[in-house]
Design a binder for this molecule. Structure first.
Ligand code: THU
Length: 134
């Protein structure tokens, strides 16, 4: 599964976004190590605070289905469905860090190119679960 193919699935998932408040639709597609794919979109709420980002919808769905090893996630988002790069929010970076290995990639797109980042590039000096182990 290439970055481009995964991004295509993220764009498809973005079509299901429920974003009546921000009008900022986001899609995500997560590739697991067993080659299964989980998609997510942002789901907003009138309370605003109950909003869930596309990345976490995809990841939590995968985890709820027993997946525990992940390769990469593609994320796309933008006002009026244009292709602007949509870097994951801070909470999603921390959640990805919890479940992903150091070689996990976050695939993003802007107007003319697809770029992938290591999680450590997006969340340097991160607080991690191994710090809690004795
Ligand atoms: N959003 C995501 O789905 N993922 C991100 O990483 C950034 C923000 C959503 C949340 C909200 O529904 C909308 O984009 C505007 O913040």
């Amino acid at each position: 599964m290439t970055d481009t193919e995964l991004m295509q699935l993220a764009k498809k998932a973005r079509g299901n976004a429920y974003a009546p408040y921000s009008k900022f639709a986001v899609g995500a597609a997560l590739l697991c190590s067993d080659m299964s794919i989980y998609m997510g979109c942002n789901i907003e709420n009138a309370s605003y605070g109950a909003t869930m980002c596309a990345e976490r919808v995809a990841l939590y769905q995968a985890i709820a289905n027993g997946k525990s090893s992940f390769v990469k996630i593609a994320v796309c988002g933008g006002v009026n469905y244009t292709d602007v790069e949509c870097p994951p929010c801070g909470i999603c970076r921390q959640v990805l860090r919890e479940f992903c290995t150091d070689d996990f990639r976050v695939v993003l797109q802007n107007v003319d190119q697809i770029i992938s980042y290591k999680i450590d590039e997006l969340l340097p000096l991160s607080f991690q679960k191994n710090m809690l182990e004795k």
